[in-house]
Design a protein around this ligand. Structure first.
Ligand code: GDP
Length: 454
């Protein structure tokens, strides 16, 4: 068994269709941990919440389980959605080690459910499926915060049967998507079969089970990947570029390797040359007991992976969300700058050839979008992070072929001057926050154009 000291906390992302209960689930997991009442039971990070193993195990009411797990806990990214997942990239893949896909058991699969599954398949991320809102099944008698087996036993036979029926609809859909799946307590090998946990994010029923399955997945799949050197130079991903009162531009980052200290020289991706700067302050959220302080943040001198932290430093304007951030020394600086530049250039596209223009809000979402369009062999002329500008509009309007005189925008705004220009032009603009809807809409448009031409 691996040495505990070498393991960092696995990073978990919650995905799924809008309104299926991602936020409620995250709140409940946070609440569960807070309600357990132990001092320091959870640690609030910037953009993430850490639930330590002791809290998870205490929920399971079986202290013997404690010894089975060597991971220190789970770090949940607070922003739900597959968007957060794709934003959070690390070199060579997804930053999240594990994921939870939430699906409303009464509604079944929806576009963003399919999309989450596709993304996870592509990144080979282990995940668990939460069949949420079981309390809405007719006749369900809620029981707060119980593990699933206990709450299930307390239901009448009819209600149990109704749950099973709906659950097997979810499992059937997963099969249709190419996953072998089963109710999690019937799964013997989680590497082969996806576990589906019936949950009510509302009442907390089934949540201890979700945490347990995640721990099991972490343990089995991740021992090799979870090693980190606490003394090594920090490596992270920018979650958000944010203006803060009195601090100017700050970065919310997730550190997934090594240590980051106040005063460290860091290199961060931007649209131009990578930013080189010195960390002025590392900020974490204040504890609830400290809210009488004026600032929401407290300073820390260092953080160790995995952690979410806010960085204040000069010259952060222009930093790219989703881009890497790395600690550099005098010796490694040039190499790291070159690496980060090439990592960003790998995702961006800038050609004069025929093809569409793609704009996205983060480097990770741009990469996901480019991947989806390239998969369908749709040529791309330009792919860039940022809102749709007047310049983009003008550039797209110079393309003659209507199927390429197109701008596809993911989670971006259209600047007012670009909007005016676009209204007068023949440029077709597609915007959405669902990747595969953009691909579908574009393909539909191409078909229409071709039919018209015939
Ligand atoms: P998100 O868009 O996926 O983050 O979904 P939310 O967490 O915002 O939930 C959408 C709605 O469903 C809200 O009104 C929640 O209160 C409700 N909801 C979430 N989970 C449950 C649940 O387990 N049971 C019931 N009855 N309602 C839920």
């Amino acid at each position: 068994m691996a040495d505990k000291k070498n393991l960092r906390t696995p990073i978990v992302c919650v995905m799924g269709h809008v309104d299926h209960g991602k936020t409620t689930l995250l709140d409940k997991i946070r609440g569960t941990a807070i309600a357990s009442g132990e001092a320091g039971a959870i640690t609030q990070h910037i953009g993430a919440t850490e639930v330590p193993i002791d809290v998870i195990v205490s929920k399971l009411r079986d202290p013997k389980l404690r010894d089975r797990f060597i991971v220190p806990g789970l770090l949940f990214i607070d922003t739900p959605g597959h968007h957060a997942f794709t934003t959070l990239r690390s070199r060579g893949g997804a930053l999240a080690d594990l994921a939870v896909v939430v699906v409303d058991i009464n509604e079944g699969f929806k576009p963003q459910t399919y999309e989450s599954l596709q993304i996870l398949k592509r990144f080979r991320t282990p995940f668990v499926v939460v069949a949420n809102k079981i309390d809405k099944i007719g006749g369900w008698v809620p029981h707060k915060d119980l593990p699933f087996a206990a709450t299930f036993k307390k239901q009448s036979g009819d209600v149990q049967a109704r749950l099973e029926t709906k659950l097997y609809e979810v499992i059937g859909e997963l099969y249709n998507q190419g996953f072998s799946a089963d109710r999690y307590d019937r799964v013997t090998n989680f590497q082969k079969t996806l576990g589906v946990v019936p949950v009510s994010a509302f009442t907390g029923e089934g949540i201890p089970d979700v945490l347990m399955v995640l721990l099991g997945l972490a343990q089995k799949f991740l021992e090799a990947n979870l090693r980190y050197s606490a003394t090594g130079p920090g490596v992270g991903t920018v979650l958000e570029v944010k203006e803060e009162k009195g601090l100017g531009t700050t970065l919310d980052i997730i550190l997934y390797d090594g240590t980051l200290k106040k005063g460290d020289t860091v290199v961060i991706g931007s649209l131009g040359e990578p930013i080189q700067t010195k960390v002025r302050a590392l900020l974490k959220p204040r504890e609830l007991s400290e809210i009488h302080y004026e600032s929401k943040f407290k300073q820390v001198s260092k953080v160790t992976a995995a952690a979410g932290v806010k960085i204040s430093a000069p010259g952060l304007e222009g930093a790219l969300a989703g881009s890497p951030i790395r600690v550099a020394t005098e010796e490694t600086l040039d190499e790291i700058v070159a690496q980060i530049k090439s990592e960003i250039d790998e995702v961006r596209i800038d050609t004069d050839s025929e093809g569409i223009m793609i704009k996205a809000d983060t480097l990770g979402s741009l990469e996901a979008l480019v991947h989806e369009f390239q998969k369908d062999e749709i040529p791309i002329r330009k792919a860039e992070v940022g809102d749709i500008s007047h310049r983009d509009a003008v550039e797209a309007s110079t393309v003659e072929d209507p199927i390429y005189s197109v701008i596809v925008g993911f989670n971006v705004k259209v600047h007012p001057d670009a909007r005016d220009f676009l209204q007068e032009s023949n440029v077709k603009v597609f915007t959405s926050d669902v990747i595969y809807r953009l691909v579908e809409d574009y393909q539909k448009y191409v078909k229409e154009q071709q039919e018209q031409a015939e």
